[in-house]
Write a protein that binds this ligand. Sequence first.
Ligand code: SDX
Length: 394
Amino acid sequence: QSGYITIDPGYKNTGATQSAITFLDGELGILNYRGYPIDQLAEKSNFIEVAYLLIYGSLPTATELEEFSTKIKMHTLVHEDIRKILDGFPSTAHPMGILSSLAGSLTAFYPESLNPNQTEEEMNLSIIRLIAKLSTIAAWSYKNSIGHPVIYPKNNLDYCSNFLHMMFAYPTEEYKVNPVVVDALNKLLILHADHEQNCSTSTVRLVGSANGSLYSSVSAGICALWGPLHGGANQEVIEMLEAIKADGGDSKKWIEKAKDKNDPFRLMGFGHRVYKNFDPRAKIIKAACDTILADLGVVDPVLNIAKELEEAALTDPYFIDRKLYPNVDFYSGIIYRAMGIPTEMFTVMFALGRLPGWIAQWKEMRTNKEPIGRPRQIYTGETVRDYIPMAERK
Ligand code: SDX
């Protein structure tokens, strides 16, 4: 503490804003979007309806939802020049790198999005464009990674069916979307849609606070989400479970490894800055795992390893003392994999889910005319000193 400045690494005890969008209670494991409990929305709603709820603050009427969904369908097509940029990426390019680059490129293609005094109508068009086009860019980034031709969106499909069609259809083959997979995708995207002031959302707000366009702000948010401690954890969880399986499936050995302070290994998918109880999303995803894998007739050996790991951790004093529970990333990868989505696309799926939350938080920050974000510091460097000519340097 120095004078009036308090240093709070990681902002563990610092509130950045007041928000009416999402309510979290970390002790009780509660998560509500605009007052609606997450389990009810996951059970009864669909992703586009939840996106509308988060962004505009209330559940849409049938007409409002129809209009919102139709506008999104009409804007899923991506400018041919953006597809040409995509063609320039090697197949080794990580889909999250493509997503953040092309999301940011939307600012170049739609420079009016930079206008800080956009009308309500202009902001809504920016919002529709981003939701629609990011799903196409995400699917195309996958096609790029497997060297397949991109599949153009179909305007007669709902958001999730259209995304799956663009992901898995092939020009010379008939592709039928599986309703079980569509339902699972809706549920997963709903569960990821917002989470108050997490790392990537705070990044979106910070870029937006400088009057950065919605597209540039979301591009920055994608980069923050990519971090393995944040949204990148879902990919790390599967890689960890696979490593445990390859190592003979000895969960206890890996629990000890996660506890060893001399070992940088952490139990990926465990722990949370806010939840010091079960992450309510993890509970819903874990339950959905059994149903969806059974409906799809998929048996995934890592699911049992995940359950054993959870059991072992929840009875181990190290995890109990630190209140470390499974978080949203612990089981989500198992469902994505059962749906045929490859590991390197898991964080892209997180980004698609989180997009309405980023948009809602950016819009709230701009509507509330919040000041540019500029934290202070306590200086600990050299005291003042004179320049040393090159000849006198040692
Ligand atoms: C997401 O903020 C959000 O809301 C994020 C998110 C969202 O929806 O936006 O919920 C999404 O990012 C979920 C988290 C995904 N990340 C992981 O699963 C990575 C593994 N988990 C951690 O690295 C960690 O738990 C964090 C990053 C999630 C939280 O870190 P904190 O709050 O900064 O806690 P910390 O690192 O200070 O850990 C406290 C103690 C430490 O031990 P001690 O120094 O007290 O002895 O707990 C230990 C840590 O070593 N610890 C772990 C651990 N997580 C914390 N030990 C082993 N395995 C772990 N996973």
